[in-house]
Design a protein around this ligand. Sequence first.
Ligand SMILES: Cc1cc2nc3c(=O)[nH]c(=O)nc-3n(C[C@H](O)[C@H](O)[C@H](O)COP(=O)(O)OP(=O)(O)OC[C@H]3O[C@@H](n4cnc5c(N)ncnc54)[C@H](O)[C@@H]3O)c2cc1C
Length: 446
Amino acid sequence: MCLLAKVKNLPVDTGVSGWDAILPEKSPAQVLADDQACDFLIIGAGFAGLSAARRLEQLKPEAKIIVLDAKRIAEGPAGRNSGFMIDLPHDLSSSDYSTDENNDLRQIKLNRHAIDFATDVALEYKLPSEVLNICGKVNGAAGEKAHQHNLNYAKHLKTLGEPHQLLDAQEMKKLTGSKFYQSGIFTPGTAMLQPALYIRELAKGLRNSLFIYENSPVHELAKTNDKWLAKTPTGSVHASKVILATNGHIESFGHFKRRLVHVILYASMTRALSQGEADLTGKDIWGITPSDPAATTMRKISGTGGTRIITRNRISYSGNMQINQSLLNEMGKTHVKSFTKRYPDLTNVEQEYLWAGRLCLSRNGVSAFGEIEKGLYSACCQNGLGAARGTLSGIAAAELAVEGQTELAKAFLAEDEPQKLPPAPFSTIGAKAYMRWSEHKARFEI
Ligand SMILES: Cc1cc2nc3c(=O)[nH]c(=O)nc-3n(C[C@H](O)[C@H](O)[C@H](O)COP(=O)(O)OP(=O)(O)OC[C@H]3O[C@@H](n4cnc5c(N)ncnc54)[C@H](O)[C@@H]3O)c2cc1C
């Protein structure tokens, strides 16, 4: 037996995600408790892992498929993000999300493939619109500079032939109830997810035909002859093929070391608003991404758990992918300020939940994808667009493992490898400085 990885750094999710907490209580976790064998093992049950599982099930209905996650379903990043499954270019390192025209057109086509895939999930499992709703989003701008970003973005969307509508301050007030925004660009193609509910429902549907074990962290991965052996504290799985869908934690398995940038994002969710309070926050549901990527994302939801507002801002670098509660509390203070700036009449509305989550980037904005050893596949590093990109990389990894180089797999394989980072401490200092600088530039929009 050849031991390939002892996984010492396991995922830690700090803070309770409101998305999961407002849902009905879960049944007890099914933990891997014995030694099993299967055709395909997927490690990680986020967007990438569960999409890979669904695609494998479509391609190989007779195969035995097992999914292992270190934590409970929907408690990891896939269930604790802001739920924007975005169809349009969303390059976080650019000042207005766009790159060059050809790349953007290619990306839009791919992102829409992910949205179609998620829409099929919603249709097959008869999920209500609060789980997935292709209702579009708005890029909001408070100041002149951000408004200019929006105008540039609008020009770019015109070149791409993408429908969009410019909103003025009055229209933004009608939408959000807030006087904070001076302008916005509405684009209709983004699917808005209740991310924890989507992940829960996808896992629930998949459980009819495959095995998902939670609280089952893989702490060892080894190769025995032509099989892989994954060990958890309470069991093990022998598999012919393994897909690693652990996003940044692929580094904990010894792959793509010093090529991935690990950042933490932070979000808060208010308590349920009363009808009077809800009336001050505009239409029933909306989603605002900031016109400057380093500023504030905000959403209003109305469904299970009542009417609530979710605020997401602040970013920090964390080489070990963990953060402590005191930093989380510090970031939460900015959420309160951002909420108050937008809703000065709602200062009595507390933020009921505050949480942090991991995100994985590469310097050159590419995924960590492919067959990294014989029978071992990676569907990781989603570069901030994990709802769409995670879904796509999971589908593509499943296709690569079964059918070889399909059109989608080829699109990922055509990308360069994630670029090497400068040696520590330069990479850490550089990443932290870049994040502080980006936030400083966007401070009026936060
Ligand atoms: C606050 C916040 C807001 C965000 N907003 C958005 C947004 O609006 N739109 C968007 O597209 N993206 C957003 N993101 C990013 C998005 O959440 C991630 O990119 C996405 O979750 C990545 O999906 P994934 O399946 O690749 O990885 P993850 O969702 O990270 O799933 C990986 C899974 O692997 C498991 N795992 C790791 N190691 C092991 C191990 N050793 N054994 C077993 N299991 C393991 C983890 O427990 C985890 O469940 C946001 C992120 C945060 C934190």
